[in-house]
Every structure is written in C-alpha cells, then in structure tokens.
Ligand binder design. Structure first.
Ligand code: BES
Ligand code: ZN
Length: 622
C-alpha cells in the first residue's frame, strides 16, 4: 500500500485498512497462502497440493466409495509434513510416487466441525503422495438415494455437495478455498449408471468414466453425481442433464441458459470455463443450486413450467465469475462470493428479461433480508463475519447474499454503472483463479474506485457496510411499478374486495410472491376464500406453494395438510424446509405434527438439511 495514497482515504476507510493490515502478516493482493483459514488443518504455506488424481469405486450397496488419491506437492519448507483434512474417512495406506510406504498419523479424536487432520511425514525426495481410503456410509458430502427417491424410481442415485467444508468427507485433501488444484478423476460405477463431474473434460475408458479439470479450483468445487442420467443440448456450449423422465421439462425450462451466459459475458468478461451445463437433481438436493464449475447442480423445484424461477440459474452461472474464478479465501469472506453473485444475478436478469423483472426480484430479496434482520444476532449481521469456533454453514444467512449485493448496488449508485462495471471486470481479471480476502477487496476498491473518484468517495462508508450491523440507510431498493400494482390490490383486499374481483390478470410469479408476503396474519376463512379463487394449495410453483403453506400453517388452515406432508416428504431443499417446520413449531399441535413428519422424512433429507432441522426441532440422534 503506497503511503502517498493514504492521504486521500476518508477516516473510516483508513481505520478499516489499518485494521485489516494489522491482521495480516504479509498480504499482497495475490498472496492468499498466508491467510489463515480457521476451518482447515492444512498448512499450505509449508507443503501445498497443486494437483490431484482421484480414482473412485462407488459401492451403492454399502454406501461407500473406495478411493485412491494422488497429491502432487509443492514443498516450500524442506522438513515440513504434508497436512490434509479428513472427516469420517478410513485411511488405509499412504505411499510416495515410487510406491514406497510413508509414515502418517491422525489424532484419535475427531473435531465435530473440522474432522481430523492427516499428517503425512515426507522424505527428502517425496514429490507425490498416494492415499488409499474409504468413505463412511454417512459421509456428509455424499447423499446416496434409494431408487424411490428418484423420479424414475428404478435406479439409485448419488451426488456430492462439497461447500463449505464437506469435500474432506469424500476426499482427503487440503480443504480450504485458499488452496486451488487442478485434478483428474477415474470413476467406476455399477453398469447402467451415468457419472458426471464438475470437470472441463470428460471421457470413457471401458467401464470407467474419466474427467479432468484443467483450471485450478478450490476443493469445495469438486463434485460428482451418478444415476440414471441423460442430456440434451441447449446451445453449442450449454446442455442440461437430468433423469430421462425429467429431461424434456428441464430442457424447455432452461432454454434461455445460453442467453444468460452471453449476457454475463457482455457485462463482465469472457466465460472462462468452456462448457456451461446444468444438472437437475432429485428433489432431496438440499440447496437451490450449487455452482460446480462447468456443471451447475440444481434442485428440480425450479422447474415451474413457465421459466419463472430461472433466476437461480443466473445466480449459479454468475458464480463462474464471482466465486469460481475469484474465490473467497476463507469462509468469513463468503460475502465476496455470494454478495457479488446476487448483484451479478440481477444484472443478468435485467439484461435477459428486462428491468421490471429484475427490480421485482431485488425487491423480494431485500424484503426477505429485512425480515431476517429482525431476529438475527447482531454479530451475524456483519458482512465480514466472525466464524471462530463455528460451522461455516452458520454464516449462510441473507446477510452475505442480500446485504453484500446491496453494497455493490450502493457503489453503482454512487459511481455510476459504467464505472462499477469496469471496476468489476478488472476485479475478475486481475484476480482470476485466485482466492481473495475481504482485505484484498477493500484495498482494490480503495485503489481502483475510491481513490480515482475521490470527490464521490465520501458518499459511502465502506467500514459501516463491511463491519457494521443492520442494513445501512443508504442501501438502494429499486422502485417497482409492478409491485405498486400488487400493493394496490392488497389495499383493496384488506378493504373488503372479494378475491375474484382483485385485478390479478397476467401476474408474474414474483407478483404473487409479493401478494403472499403482504397477506400478513390472514385468518383461515380469508385463506379459504383466497384458495378457492387462486388455488394456491395446488400450485405447481414451489416458491408460491411454500409461501402459501407457511401462511396456511400459521392460520390453522388445514385444507393444505396433505399437500404439506407430501411436500415435506419429497423436497429436501433447506430454504423451504426451514420456514415450514418453523411455522409448525409455533403451535403445540403443529409441533407434534412436525416431529411426526420429521421422523418419517428425516432419512430422506441430506445431512446439511438434517443438521439444521435436528437443531431446530431438538431432534436427538442416538
Ligand atoms: N454456493 C451456494 C450454495 C451454498 C452456499 C452451499 C454455502 C453450501 C454452503 C449457491 O450458489 C447458492 O447460493 N444457492 C442458493 C440459491 C440462490 C439463488 C440464492 C440456494 O441454494 O438457495
Ligand atoms: Zn450462490
């Protein structure tokens, strides 16, 4: 940091930079190796894995993967051991590149969040380390589905979910986003199943599916799925993968994918990953989407039939820039991944579907954030969150997403869209294939935007945005005429206009979501009236259905009960499960129902959703 530049910082900016610089020993923008990641045991500044070759045999009967992983090492400290992360893995043997055994050790005890370190003692000439291991049947990253949990119902299914620190449950590696590796894989699965991975190349060697990723990626982006899968091209570089029975629906729903990729390229620079494919998973997938490189994993609950929920694809695609190209170095910098991505997502939606649609989606996001902030502990309201002693998953609130995006929208408002776009392009270019901290971003922001437009810089309090709680008063929320129209109908409804006389013709999904959010604590008779007019209980749109079910549960409107149970028994997406179970827990009656349903549904949920719901419902696992 040039001392001369410092004179131009406003006071808060200077104290923020000093604060950050004090916390880092040496932190030039490109060096992330010295930044400690408290969620990994790895010591990459001493010995670092730069490439890994994976061989895996999938045993669907036992829910076990037998693995052999070879790490290529960069050794900066001659006598230092190679330290990796593992969780629940059985380590069977460790050898060097010549097949000679090398000594290794693991502690007896496993940390409940971090797992166990694996320490491999290297000889003077060790260049590569080969580890033979097996995964545990309850490995958190792997969900093994019985045939009845798939749409086809005939074949089993497996998918992995690495983010944030779950890759260590299926591959022993340096499981920190500060370490990037290129990789190759050979996967052996039972006949009749198709394997796909988050790879830049795929091939077949007899019975073995082969993959490689030529660009260095963080560990959480290594992903695999295996099941009865087929694909349909959407464009020269885009395709959709799904079970055969879902493929037509998926292909027509995602037909606009190429438009989104080209739009994002126009805005933020070339798409650098070759293909952009989407895999539509069975409904137990715990997230809406996961930005695995070259192959976004997505929930089938976005297939509404009218393409109204495709902003999720815009979001996962945007991670190809914010997240996969430029990656948060630690989980406390998660807002650099998600806040940027929510901002890019809205820009893609605006480009492809127009400003009206984008403004509605931004509004809904901000409305959700405002509601969440009412109950979120103050410490968790900061973009630069302190996750000491916690699971990084605890940081996955609306704050990194919506407050992070609002920060960029504020920068856009102050400096103008053209300048912010140029700034973001250069942020992605200059940090491509690097892992970055909040301090790196603040320094870059200072040098490339604030210092260059000093007259405007005092219109934004960067410290407040990054380390403050709540939502800064200058957070912009775009006007939405379409939402004003919905609000007018809400006023009419509250004034006694019967539902069928409300002006709801041609309302988009987002308008219905605004409407439902505005109903407040309508009683069950009111809900029954609305239901007979608009048939919400039978909606095939998962977002509308979930919002409706929450209202119904709260109002004891029992006409939804069967639909609700079916939904909870099939869908494992945590974003839906949480508010539904939460609403049930509000009454004694509902509490009993919640526990009864959960006891049946729990085995069908992914470990990530189980963890959240176990805590919420006080569910004890023996
Ligand atoms: N990368 C996230 C999912 C994630 C975050 C998984 C942290 C594990 C730990 C993904 O890009 C995401 O944000 N998904 C959202 C959808 C999005 C439209 C907000 C989701 O799944 O709800
Ligand atoms: Zn995301």
């Amino acid at each position: 940091m040039a001392a001369g530049g410092e004179r131009r910082y406003n006071t808060s900016m200077r104290s923020l930079l000093l604060l950050f610089l004090a916390g880092c020993t040496v932190a030039p923008a490109s060096m992330t190796s010295t930044t400690a990641d408290i969620h990994s045991y790895a010591e990459p500044q001493r010995v670092r894995s730069t490439h890994l070759d994976l061989e895996l045999t999938l045993d669907f009967e036992r829910h076990v993967a037998h693995g052999l992983v070879t790490h290529h090492l960069q050794r900066s400290e001659a006598t230092a051991p190679f330290v990796l992360d593992t969780a629940g893995l059985t380590i069977e043997a460790v050898q060097d590149q010549t097949g000679f055994p090398v000594s290794w050790e693991q502690p007896m005890q496993s940390d409940p969040v971090l797992g166990k370190r694996l320490i491999v003692h290297l000889n003077a000439n060790t260049e590569r380390v080969r580890i033979r291991y097996a995964t545990a049947p309850d490995a958190e990253a792997m969900q093994w589905l019985a045939p009845e949990q798939t749409n086809g119902g005939k074949l089993p299914f497996l998918f992995t979910q690495g983010q944030a620190i779950l890759t260590r449950t299926w591959i022993p590696l340096q499981d920190t986003p500060a370490v990037r590796v290129t990789w190759s894989a050979r996967i052996k699965a039972p006949n009749g199943l198709v394997t796909v991975m988050s790879a830049s190349e795929r091939g077949q060697d007899g019975e073995v599916a082969t993959f490689s990723m030529k660009q260095p990626v963080p560990s959480y982006l290594i992903a695999l799925a295996c099941g009865d899968l087929t694909s349909r091209p959407l464009s020269g570089r885009c395709a959709v993968w799904a079970e055969p029975s879902m493929i037509e629906l998926a292909a027509s729903e995602l037909a606009e994918t190429e438009l989104m990729v080209s739009a994002c390229e126009r805005l933020f620079g070339a798409y650098r990953w070759g293909r952009y494919d989407v895999l539509v998973l069975p409904p137990s997938f715990p997230f809406g989407g996961m930005e695995n490189p070259c192959l976004t994993f997505a929930t089938p609950t976005i297939l509404a039939g009218d393409r109204s929920l495709v902003s999720l694809i815009a979001h996962e695609l945007a991670h190809s820039w914010s997240g996969n190209l430029v990656t948060n170095a630690t989980w406390r910098d998660f807002w650099l991944n998600e806040g940027f991505t929510v901002y890019l997502e809205a820009r893609i939606m605006e480009e492809v579907f127009g400003q009206g649609r984008a403004a509605m989606e931004v509004n809904l996001g901000m409305q959700e954030l405002a509601a969440e902030l009412q109950t979120l502990p103050l410490a968790d309201q900061k973009l630069h969150i302190d996750l000491t002693g916690r699971n990084p998953d605890d940081g996955m609130t609306g704050v990194p997403y919506q407050k992070g995006a609002a920060f960029l929208r504020r920068l856009e408002q102050v400096f103008g869209r053209a300048r912010l776009d140029a700034f973001l392009q250069s942020w992605f270019d200059r940090h491509a294939f690097q892992s970055v901290t909040t301090a790196t971003f603040v320094a870059f922001l200072q040098a490339e935007l604030l210092a260059k437009h000093a007259a405007k810089a005092n219109q934004i309090d960067v410290t407040q945005w990054i380390t403050g709680t709540g939502l800064p008063g200058d957070a912009p929320v775009p006007d939405s005429e379409l939402f004003a129209a919905v609000d007018a109908q809400l006023v009419a409804w509250r004034g006694g206009t019967p539902p069928l006389q409300l002006l709801t013709k041609d309302w988009a999904t987002q308008m219905w979501l605004r409407f439902l959010a505005g109903l407040g604590t309508a009683d069950k008779d009111k809900l029954a009236e609305l239901d007979s007019a608009f048939v919400f209980t039978r909606s095939g749109n998962s977002e509308i259905l979930c919002a409706w079910l929450v209202l119904a549960i709260r109002a004891d409107y029992h006409a939804v009960d069967r639909r609700l149970e079916l939904f909870l028994m099939t869908v494992g997406r945590r974003k839906f499960l949480k508010p539904l179970y939460e609403a049930l827990l509000l009454s004694a009656d509902g509490q009993a129902r919640a526990l009864a349903i959960y006891a049946k549904a729990r085995p069908r949920y992914h470990a990530v959703s189980q963890r959240t719901l176990d805590a919420m419902l006080g569910y004890k696992t023996k």
